[in-house]
Design a protein around this ligand. Structure first.
Ligand code: ADP
Ligand code: MG
Length: 619
């Protein structure tokens, strides 16, 4: 007789039941959803067979329109038609420096809201509307509720931008299994993580030219983890720019000087049509109003040369940042609708000297990779190693002198916890400010502040004696918790880091790039800061001692000490490590002498203070 089976507590009694998991590419211009059906990843179209949902939300008087239905309102009702909301995600009002037609409300350091006729709408809410559309689409098409979702974000998104995306998903009623980097998703779609024969690390370039943005990332796949080695891009370079270049060319061909707004809009539509058709045919007609022009692939290539060159120079820079040469790159993956153009493919092929991967639709590949990952995470897929998620930027805290002590470095697989001991800087210090930062640089001012909290109630001790254990913990969802505990007394404090606004994507990208570029310079700066902190510690101790025991010194000794001390104060303001170190040494000659005098005085004092009784008691 067969044995009866008992399920583990909390596990489903039907462990092989298929659960619905979706992958969502929440794009700047287009968003879409995909899922794995019978072992194959597929994008899910809406009821009109459209796969790409333009990321547009129009707040009308009574209803809200989305996607293609909202498109026409971009020109007729711009203030109530939110496009490119992704650029606003996780950013404070002060961060938003690009042009847009909206009225933003809120304080400078807060997440702003769009003022619409139906009220305030935050970027998180607008994104949630888009996600909700895709969730509804998936449920209608799969005739089942969605159990979990993987949502993709650019590799350079910081903690705040990721948190905003997570919040939007939650608002849309989605259970987020993971946020996945877009380039990683593209690599997964091509199965680049499934090559188990890999003896060595493999490097991949992901070239993503979308509607309004260009991103290039270099990924390294090593021991089951994709690391982002370097990223670069342009926040205002994409298919839209190619359309504008075609219009410029057409105006010249047709001897047109100025177009009014309506004519210009018609030209742009015609340009886009011609450009997209050119990906299927060698020659097309550019038809706008009553004009018609022939456009072939070679001409198109010349027209967009300037934009292509920009992307190529970014590729070269990113390769340099990653310290790789062309031979180190195993594959190049094309992502984004604009890479359907032959001219773009040719440019990429030429610069990397290899045939790029583009067999999966480049505007669907990110969603496909997200769907595959979602399917694995929810436990449907038996095969393949599970892709580990990593921290996008390094996490650390501020130490004396404005230096960053890194606890968790970039690209560490999560979940992860790291602990380190710190101590007090001053005698009798009873509180400590824990300032959590994110970034790749050595100085706090070059990184991004994530949050601060104070550990109170440290028992007063001599500087350097307290033992404060700081723990950084990133859970599987990427949420960071920082706690600090003084070990002798057990006092404890902690925070969950949930930033309310973020850096601009260019800023985050800059932080990453600067981290690569400034490694040497940072080492020097760190050394300098350390020398300064050391000198300040020396000076502070000396000032303290002078307050009590200055009378021990002769006038001559005191003058010499003060001269050396003042000299060190002056050197502290100049940024010369050697000069500071020399000044510290010079001061030490006198301060050591002073310390010896104090020591004698204390011994004298102690002996004088000893009563006969003390001796007899202990004997
Ligand atoms: P995003 O990731 O920024 O949301 P997409 O990846 O969807 O954007 O790319 C949109 C861009 O792709 C648009 O500029 C569009 O004109 C362009 N595009 C779409 N199809 C084609 C095609 N067949 N040939 C060339 N460009 C195309
Ligand atoms: Mg995209």
């Amino acid at each position: 007789m067969a044995l009866l089976q008992i399920a583990e507590p909390g596990q489903s009694s039907a462990p092989h039941q298929h659960r619905i998991a979706i992958g969502i590419d929440l794009g700047t211009t287009h968003s879409l959803v995909a899922t794995v059906l019978s072992g194959k990843a597929k994008v899910l179209p809406d009821d009109k067979d459209r796969v790409l949902l333009p990321s547009i939300v129009h707040y009308a008087e009574k209803t809200t329109e989305y996607g293609d239905d909202a498109k026409s309102f971009i020109t007729t009702d711009p203030k109530n038609t939110i496009i490119s909301v992704k650029r606003f995600m996780g950013r404070s009002k002060a961060d938003i420096k690009f042009q847009h037609p909206y009225t933003l409300i809120g304080a400078d350091n807060e997440m702003p809201a769009f003022e619409t006729r139906t009220g305030r709408k935050t970027p998180v809410e607008v994104s949630a509307e888009i996600l909700k559309q895709l969730k509804d689409r998936a449920e209608a098409s799969l005739k089942n509720p969605v159990n979990g979702a993987v949502i993709t974000v650019p590799a350079y998104f910081d903690e705040a931008q990721r948190q905003a995306t997570r919040d939007a998903a939650q608002l849309a009623g989605l259970n987020v299994l993971r946020l996945l980097n877009e380039p990683t998703a593209a690599a997964v779609a091509y199965g680049l993580d499934q090559d188990t024969n890999l003896q060595t690390d493999h490097n991949y370039v992901i070239y993503d030219l979308g509607g309004g943005t260009f991103d290039v990332s270099i990924l390294r796949f090593s021991q089951g983890v994709f690391e982002v080695l370097a990223t670069g891009g342009h926040t205002a370079l994409g298919g839209d720019d190619l359309d504008r270049l075609i219009v410029k060319w057409a105006k010249k061909q047709l001897n047109i000087d100025v177009l009014d707004d309506a004519e210009y809009a018609a030209f742009i539509v015609a340009a886009r049509k011609a450009k997209e058709a050119l990906s299927d045919q060698p020659q097309v007609q550019f038809k706008a109003l009553d004009h018609a022009l022939a456009l072939d692939r070679t001409t198109f290539e010349t027209i967009i040369q300037i934009a292509l060159e920009k992307t190529i120079s970014v590729c070269k820079r990113v390769l340099r940042d990653a310290k790789l040469s062309l031979n180190d790159i195993q594959n190049v993956v094309l992502v984004g609708g604009s890479t359907r153009s032959y001219a773009v493919q040719k440019a990429v092929r030429d610069v990397f000297d290899q045939e790029p991967l583009c067999t999966i639709n480049p505007d669907e590949v990110v969603a496909i990779g997200a769907a595959i990952t979602a399917n694995q995470l929810i436990g449907n897929s038996q095969d393949g190693s599970l892709l580990l998620d990593v921290t996008p930027l390094s996490l650390g805290l501020e130490t004396m002198g404005g230096l960053v002590e890194r606890l968790i470095s970039r690209n560490t697989a999560i979940p992860v916890a790291r602990r380190q001991e710190f101590t007090t800087y001053q005698d009798g210090q009873t509180a400590m400010l824990i300032h959590v930062v994110q970034g790749e640089r050595d100085l706090v001012e070059h990184c991004r502040s994530l949050g601060r909290f104070v550990l109170h109630g440290i028992p007063p001790m001599t500087a350097g004696q307290a033992r404060i254990e700081v723990t950084f913990q990133v859970d599987a969802d990427g949420l960071l918790t920082v706690s600090a505990q003084e070990t002798t007394s057990g006092v404890k404090a902690e925070i969950d880091i949930k930033p309310s606004y973020g850096l601009s994507d260019t800023d985050t990208e800059r932080l990453l790039i600067e981290g690569f570029q400034h490694a040497e310079e940072d080492k020097l700066l760190r050394h300098l800061q350390e020398a300064k902190v050391e000198a300040q510690r020396e000076l502070e101790a000396l000032e303290q001692a002078l307050k009590v025991d200055a009378t021990l010194l002769s006038e001559q000794q005191l003058t010499a000490l003060n001269v050396a001390k003042d000299h060190l104060y002056v050197q502290l303001n100049a940024n010369d490590i050697q000069a500071i170190e020399e000044a510290v040494q010079a001061l030490k000659v006198y301060s050591d002498e002073f310390a010896a005098l104090r020591m004698n005085r204390h011994i004298d004092h102690a002996l004088k203070g000893t009563k006969l009784n003390d001796w007899s008691d202990s004997n």
